[in-house]
Ligand binder design. Structure first.
Ligand code: ADP
Length: 577
């Protein structure tokens, strides 16, 4: 039949694998009954697969009673069952007195069975021939003659027509077996493909979870010591009067800021990939934001001898509505690059209205090494740098621009650059920032560097002695009643003995962590129908999922380490004043 195409290896396939023998038996019985012929389906070598249908007494009990007769019958069956593609095989059986016919069943070129019909008396045969055959196989001649005459007779023409019908039937069986097989294989492959897909999805989820876990731990491990470095350098800068030492301390702080920023970028890229990053819009004072970012770089530019300036077009509304933190981060990334890739000249940060689309355009222009034209948009891809040699001379890991692009796009803006090799670069991004008009009522509130209320009772739950010392130093000038606990269990004891206005709760602690402790505090408050004490989670976990978790267990707010003094004061003022 030549249907090989489309089927995988089918060598070794058996008739029983393709058909239900019961169904085939019924088909064979019905065909024999309707046509008045005997029927049997055998393997290609003549071994029967089905039970005989309408076998004549002559064949079943007379001829096959003799060993020789039986062998001859099987031999005849095998001969008429040979695979013939043009039509049925029609011939006399070995006795020479009965008509037999056969058609092969094959699947994808593999011959799996024969459907045989026959035991029809040939009216033209001389009766002497049957007697001599009886002698040959050793059966009684008279009995053989009598049984032979009882076999139904049929004209050769009629028998040929039935054989032709058999041939069509067998072909149809072959075809449907082939289709079934194809369907089976297709279903099996589909199933296998689905299984593979599920397995690889599970593996990817596992890997992604492992990455998140690793980043959470890493962020904790790195942010905790940074907490110390940044906090102490702030305190030292404030109290230092020696010019050289002050400069060294500023350098220390600036290096710390860069390191923290790098940690943030690594965390961000994973949060972005997990689709966890969210846009949080708020009203903010644009000039103040630019000033704040610029002030982080003043010292470093000055140190490199680069003139650094920033200007903001006077027509821009002072207050705008947008994602302040992400804008800060993009500007930080662009300014870090300008600082890194400029050795002399100027760097300018600017913001002006992009009138056409009612957007604000930000730009960071430098007179640095510039970028080759051939690099194009590639520079915005993750881990892409102009050339790898640069990593050695300038550092960096190729994340800043890719993160910036994602953050700009998430806010509905676009980012691009213009550059000439050796002349400098200008990175620009525009964002749809709505102007906020307060009718002149709103003024910039200077960040408070003191607490609004005195004698606030605070419980600090923190296992690290360094951090306890740092927060103590932050609060020492303000009249705060500060109690400490070094894990969740101690905190619960303190709470049973004292009343507090606020709890500062570290998350990762031995014995009982901050999540569990917060849950227990909230349970106890419910039981005793007490007012809920504000709990601020202090944590090195910078992932969005961790922040959500701390809010879920009942914290009122979440502050990521390293904690700045102003942020701590803002929080205390907000929750305990
Ligand atoms: P990183 O600076 O950490 O390598 P970025 O994604 O911020 O990663 O930048 C990717 C690359 O783009 C840099 O390695 C550098 O080749 C090029 N680049 C970015 N900003 C500038 C710039 N201002 N001047 C020259 N090249 C730049």
């Amino acid at each position: 039949m030549g249907h090989r195409k489309g089927l995988k290896d089918i060598s070794g396939i058996r008739f029983e694998d393709l058909f239900q023998l019961e169904d085939i038996q019924r088909l064979q019985d019905e065909f024999s009954a309707a046509m008045g012929v005997a029927g049997l389906i055998t393997l290609p070598d003549g071994t029967p697969l089905t039970r005989p249908s309408a076998f004549s007494h002559f064949c079943a009990n007379v001829v096959r009673a003799s060993k020789k007769g039986c062998e001859n019958c099987q031999h005849s069956d095998a001969v008429i069952g040979k695979l013939c593609v043009d039509g049925p095989t029609v011939q006399h059986c070995l006795s020479g007195c009965l008509w037999d016919a056969g058609a092969g069943i094959s699947v994808g070129g593999t011959h799996v069975a024969n459907w045989l019909i026959g035991q029809v008396r040939d009216e033209s045969v001389d009766i002497e021939q049957i007697r001599s055959y009886a002698r040959l196989i050793g059966v009684d001649e008279n009995e053989a003659e009598k049984a032979y005459m009882a076999v139904p007779a049929m004209s050769q023409e009629r028998f040929s027509q039935i054989a032709q019908a058999l041939f069509s039937f067998a072909n149809q069986l072959s075809k449907s077996a082939y289709l079934n097989l194809q369907l089976d294989q297709h279903l099996m492959e589909k199933h296998r493909f689905e299984q593979e897909l599920i397995a690889s999805k599970l593996q990817a989820e596992k890997a992604s979870q492992a990455k998140t876990d690793f980043l959470t731990v890493m962020s904790h491990e790195m942010r905790t010591p940074m907490n110390m470095v940044m906090g102490l350098s702030d305190i030292l800068i404030e109290s230092c009067h020696d010019k050289t030492q002050l400069e060294q301390l500023q350098r220390l702080k600036s290096a710390g800021t860069s390191l923290l920023h790098l940690i943030d970028n690594v965390l961000d890229i994973s949060t972005i990939e997990q689709g966890e990053i969210k846009i949080h819009k708020q009203d903010f004072h644009l000039k103040r934001l630019l000033e704040e970012v610029a002030s982080l770089f003043d010292f470093s530019f000055q140190e490199k001898g680069i003139s650094f300036s920033f200007r903001i077009d006077s027509s821009i509304s002072e207050w705008v509505h947008g994602d302040m933190n992400h804008i800060r981060q993009i500007l930080f990334n662009l300014l870090s690059n300008a600082l890194k890739f400029t050795d002399s000249g100027i760097v300018e940060l600017a913001a002006y209205p992009n009138g056409l689309q009612a957007e604000i355009e930000f730009s960071v222009r430098d007179t640095g090494k510039g970028i080759d034209q051939s690099v194009g948009e590639l520079i915005f891809d993750k881990f892409e740098q102009e050339d790898q040699g640069m990593t050695r001379s300038y550092g960096g890991c190729g994340l800043g621009l890719s993160i910036s692009r994602r953050l700009v796009e998430l806010q509905g803006g676009k980012i691009w650059y213009e550059s000439e090799k050796g002349q400098g670069s200008c990175f620009l991004f525009s964002l749809p920032l709505l102007s906020v008009d307060f009718g002149g009522l709103r003024t910039i509130e200077k960040k408070r560097s003191h607490l609004k209320r005195q004698n606030i009772r605070i419980l600090l739950v923190e296992d690290s002695e360094d951090n306890r010392m740092l927060i103590n130093l932050f609060l020492r000038k303000d009249r705060v009643i500060l109690d400490m606990a070094s894990n969740g269990e101690e905190a619960l004891q303190k709470l049973a003995e004292n009343e507090y206005d606020l709890i500062l709760m570290d998350i990762q602690m031995p014995i009982m962590d901050g999540y569990t402790c917060t849950l227990k505090i909230r349970e106890r408050e419910k039981e005793l129908r007490k007012e809920a004490v504000p709990i601020i989670a202090l944590t090195a976990h910078a992932l969005a999922s961790e922040k959500i978790k701390s809010l879920d267990v009942g914290c009122n707010a979440h502050v990521t380490k390293p904690i700045k003094r102003e942020t701590l004061f803002e929080m205390i003022n907000e929750f305990a004043s």
